[in-house]
Design a protein around this ligand. Sequence first.
Ligand SMILES: *Cc1c(COP(=O)(O)O)cnc(C)c1O
Length: 423
Amino acid sequence: MSVNLRHEELQLEQEKRRVALRRARELKARIDGYLKEKQNIPNGFEIQEEYCQAKAAILNYFQAGEEQWKDWHWQMTNRIRDVKVLGSLLKLTSEELEDIDKVGRHYRWAVSPYYLALAIAGGVKGPVWVQAIPSIEETKDRYGAEDPMGEEFTSPAPAITRRYPDRLIINVTNQCAMYCRHCQRRRNIGEIDVHKPRKALESAIKYIKENTEIRDVLITGGDALLLSDKQIDWLLTELDNIPHVEIKRIGTRTPVTMPQRITPELCAVLEKHPPIYINSQFNSPLEVTPEAKEACDRLIKAGVVLGNQAVLLKNVNNNANVMKKLNQSLLKIRVRPYYIFHAKAVKGTRHFITGIDEGIEIMEQLRGHTSGLAVPTYIINAPNGYGKTPILPQYLVENKGEQITLRTWEKRIIPYNLGGKSH
Ligand SMILES: *Cc1c(COP(=O)(O)O)cnc(C)c1O
């Protein structure tokens, strides 16, 4: 090889490296803003000191210890639903307490001690607090319907909601460890905890048996994991005995609101019935705590695949950096972001509703800016039970058959010939 050729090759290599370095500098500049902001958006691991203080105060109030804290039955029976308890744990004004009490008489509230400790740690009226503690805004909502999605008209059999060709929901309970203030099924929450009677569940199973196109069954509520291990085992066994049911899904917020529910005994049941997919609802990075991680680790060891369905909520997560930190924190505990739901106008939840532009902007700030694994699908539920509808920023700006125009994540407008011709 001639000395000259070798020299040219080296020069070309150096030029390529220079271009790549310039591009890398550009990419580094794109993330600067987030890296600074991220420091101010703690996740649950980063507020452990505050959490432990709040937990100690609650345990002291109940005269209980670590063993009880870890027991989900203790967490359930000691759910806080009374302003007297709140008032003795925190410095709230009598007006604030009266407001909570007043709203609580319209719309029931109850918070597991675990989730209340997190709410206190995250700050009064912070992103965890507002999901759990009644706000006077709930009574000011004069619009909004009880059932804006017309779910009542999509139930072909007891306990079933069907909106799709090959999958459906079984509603097993109205009970929850914490009653979300943004709950979309408020009308079902009522004043008392009730599991669906065995007879209704048997009718639901019968419907699934008779409709052989159903290959995917979602067990939800309320919170499906508030059934006993025995009831869950029974239901999963019934579903496993139906040859056309290929997968089971469980909808539960317990990994977020009461991770103590995820016991070795429950996991032993779940492990017997693969394949199981569990979707939870983490809405704030503050909810990604060491205890939530432990619960997720156990589920994963039992062979369960984990996903997250966040709800886009004003003053909780209607901010791209918060969503980014949430989704990145979830991936660290092996929970894959699946959906972001646009909140519906259910009566009493208006103060959580955001504009659709906010959701689109969040999607814009996720795609390309962070791992594709951290990018869920943004969904709005169509009225009348017509189903989940994806909303996303426009990336295909022109489509003339072979000649298209793309808009990239950095907002570069690029003509592209699919047939490889230059234009
Ligand atoms: C959300 C939902 C499903 C599941 O939808 P996927 O997009 O498959 O996750 C199924 N049935 C009903 C009634 C639903 O609301």
